[in-house]
Design a protein around this ligand. Structure first.
Ligand code: NAD
Ligand code: UGA
Length: 431
């Protein structure tokens, strides 16, 4: 049984810890957030992620998963320490590494035996070397260690399945022995393993996220062209996706990408390029095109409703994507603010993200279900494609509304059916 320490019990750390425990390892997960650790010990999850609660409970009961706020306890007997703390955007788009720095110092001050320190957080190129310097400088006594980069590629909402079935495992280190040991740890996941140097591994993560974001921005531009020229972007995407060189994933046109990673990672990669005198033309355009979509939906609904002043707009969904409570960089935030600034009243319903949305959008009235949301609305906007919205009693929704205007920002409904039901309907890139 290997012993692993996981630092940070957020979306990545908690999933990583619980999954490694489920694979038969002993995992001690540490966080500086005492409330989170206290709750986890009682089986209360700090985040919403399907299947996570059962997975955590099962492994706590099996004695393979333990939570603590003490670095000394977390590192005692550990062979591996995964850093999975946040790396949010700084003021100029750069990745803010203060949590990584604090974690590295705490590791250094509390390690008493040789350790492989693995960076799972998404960190700028060169961070692995920097972490090694911090650890060396902060150690109270010299204890051997290696730093390895092992970026995470999971998606929220399907995080456990993604962690357990990755497309690849990327391992970067200048120490071959350490890289091999980390590779062994990942063998049960049965994915191709790429061992490379630290900087290349760190870059693979940024390049992957930036490419996926570019793919979405591309299909969104195609959607706008489809709409103007009489084509249907859903079928265009299907037709493109059959080509294995293109692939079907990440071709859903809509309100654009949000979340805790694409926005910050595209910006951070652009920042790194600019620091080296390289103009990141594609990355800058991809980001601008993405954020423009949020203002565009407000203008489109304004046009459909004949003005927004005094109107009531209902948002179906708030989370940045379905099956998560994560509101970080959710499109709903800018969209709700856009409607409010135009003089509309805004209300919203989301199956799980309303608690997190409350403090971000204090002027938005949160409703208890989609039907209550629809009552008296001048227009409804689908912002997040939750499954429960796909099977609504739409006749009931229509009857509850003041005017049956439906803007489907995620293309979950069929235009012809919606019009037959009596809605004034508009999707993205469709006729
Ligand atoms: P998160 O904000 O959900 O969780 C981070 C956790 O780290 C928090 O619980 C926080 O209290 C804790 N923490 C902060 N400083 C600490 C310290 N010094 N010691 C111990 N714990 C500390 O973050 P996340 O979404 O899990 O993202 C973590 C990293 O993984 C980021 O770099 C992100 O880019 C990357 N990533 C995230 C995802 C995702 O889907 N969220 C996917 C792949 C990669
Ligand atoms: C994304 C990547 O997919 C993961 O591989 C990566 O590990 C993660 O970022 C990260 O680094 O944090 P995630 O943000 O959880 O995962 O979710 P995605 O499913 O990729 O969706 C991101 C955003 O793009 C969402 O706002 C979603 O609505 C939007 N999206 C996604 C589209 O508009 N169209 C699509 O076809 C797919």
């Amino acid at each position: 049984m290997r012993q692993i320490c996981v630092i940070g019990v957020g979306y990545v750390g908690l999933v990583t810890g619980a999954c490694f425990a489920d694979l038969g390892n002993r995992v001690i997960a540490i966080d500086i957030n005492e409330e989170r650790i206290k709750n986890l010990k009682k089986g209360v999850m700090p985040i919403y992620e399907p299947g996570l609660e059962e997975l955590v409970e099962r492994n706590i009961h099996a004695g393979r998963l333990v939570f603590t706020t003490s670095y000394a306890e977390a590192l005692k007997g550990a062979e591996f320490a995964f850093i999975a703390v946040g790396t949010p955007s700084g003021d100029n788009g750069e990745a803010d590494l203060k949590y990584v720095e604090a974690a590295a110092k705490s590791i250094a001050q509390n390690m008493t035996a040789p350790l492989i320190i693995i960076n799972k957080s998404t960190v700028p190129i060169g961070t692995g070397d920097w972490v090694a310097d911090i650890v060396t400088g902060a150690q109270l006594q010299p204890v051997p260690f290696s730093v390895v980069s092992c970026p995470e590629f999971l998606r929220e909402g399907v995080a456990i399945a993604d962690f357990m079935n990755p497309h690849r495992t990327v391992i970067g280190s200048l120490h071959r022995d350490a890289a091999e040991k980390v590779a062994q740890l990942h063998l049960p996941l049965r994915a191709p393993i790429l061992i490379t140097d630290l900087r290349t591994a760190e870059m693979i993560k940024y390049a992957s996220n930036a490419f996926l974001a570019t793919k979405i921005s591309f299909i969104n531009e195609v959607a706008d062209i489809c709409e103007a020229l009489g084509a249907d972007v859903k079928e265009v995407a299907t037709g493109m996706g059959y080509d294995k060189r293109i692939g079907a994933a990440m071709l859903d046109a809509g309100l654009g990408w949000g979340g805790s990673c694409f926005p910050k990672d595209v910006k951070a990669l652009a920042f790194m390029a600019e620091e080296k005198g390289i103009e990141p033309r594609i990355l800058n355009t991809v980001t601008k095109a993405n954020y423009d979509r949020r203002g565009k939906v407000v203008r489109q609904v304004e046009e459909m409703a004949g003005g927004l002043k005094g109107k009531t707009i209902g948002l179906l969904g708030l989370a940045f994507k379905p099956n998560t409570d994560d509101m970080r960089e959710a499109a709903s935030i800018d969209i709700a603010r856009g409607f409010l600034e135009a003089g509309a009243k805004v209300r919203a319903y989301d199956p799980v993200a309303m608690d997190n949305a409350r403090h971000l959008l204090p002027a938005v009235t949160l409703m208890e279900d989609p039907y209550k949301l629809a009552e008296g609305c001048d227009a409804l906007v689908v912002v997040t494609e939750w499954n429960e919205f796909k099977n609504l009693d739409l006749a009931k929704v229509r009857d509850a509304m003041k005017t049956p205007i439906l803007f489907d920002g995620r293309n979950i409904y069929e235009p012809a059916e919606m019009r037959t039901l009596g809605f004034t309907y508009r999707g993205i890139g469709r006729q």
